[in-house]
Write a new protein. Sequence first.
Length: 357
Amino acid sequence: MNNSIETERYDYLDNIKWVLTIIVIVFHSAIIACKIPMGFNLPPVKETMQYQYEILDTFVIINASFFMSLFFFISAYFVIPSIERKGAGKFMLDKLKRLGIPTLITLLVIFPMMSLDYATSNIKGIFLTGNIDLGVTWFCWTLIVFSGVFALCSQITSGSQKGFVDKPIPSIWKILLFAIIMIPVNFFGLHLMDSLGSTFLGFRLLKNFPMYISMFYFGVLAYRYQWLDKLELKHAFYGILMWIIAMSFIRPIASGYGYDADMVTRGFTVIGMSMFLLYCFKELCNTKGRWSSMLTRTAFAAYVVQLYPMKLTADFYQSFMTQTPLVNFVVIAIPSVIGSFAIGYLICKTPILKRIF
């Protein structure tokens, strides 16, 4: 069989991306409404209502347990066909344009619009400490680096590639073993983050990078061996079971012994929820209509600009905010989602910007 596999556009992967984009925006809205530092959080509510912060914290933990890693998996799935179609050089130039320019827009346009002082001190930070906040476009910058490394490796090994060999999805026991092996690797990432900073060279939260790298690599393998076509109900069942056990049992046990629970459970939650969602979307959401097509087209732009409508909403709402964090969360989330996609839609209609986004 030829090593080059015909590219098939899976509608459900597009649908997952815009759904994940909404989750990211809602996730950040929850942070604004609770005590987790965001830079423009709502003021604290009275103590009798602060128990709702725990609900929002749980919501944040649930989403953080998988969503960005799944983004890396989906992005990596299309790397091989893209390189085969464009060549490594054009592939990287395209990545620099489509991911690098939005990153620069965040640094030079969005941040100054939100706070000129912060934007200035943030850029100075890269020279003083090696740390720079790229906002949500840390994902874009990281994806540029991951893609560049893979493109370079593919060029180096192109002459020694063997013929295509079909491989099944790893068994649940191999997946569990991998998740266990990743625990000390995750803690090494945590050590690096503590030593270098949480935004070192623009890479946000190095403690999560072992699983980001792993899921990017798995995305490449998933395309190479067509694992998504081989996903079955049993994989979804094992996946959600892994996630539930990790979140409900392993996490509290790890916390009880004083360990960072995220580092202990990350491998289980990321792979488990990813298998579950990929199968569910494949079976239930593998179609595209007018609205889903529009959301797919505007999702990336909405992701990039989300902080601006979110801050505008939070600043305006402060004077009217309730003492009920869950209500505040909903009031922030709805305009932020609508505003982000509305701006994203306008960007995708602008002649120059639509070539980037």
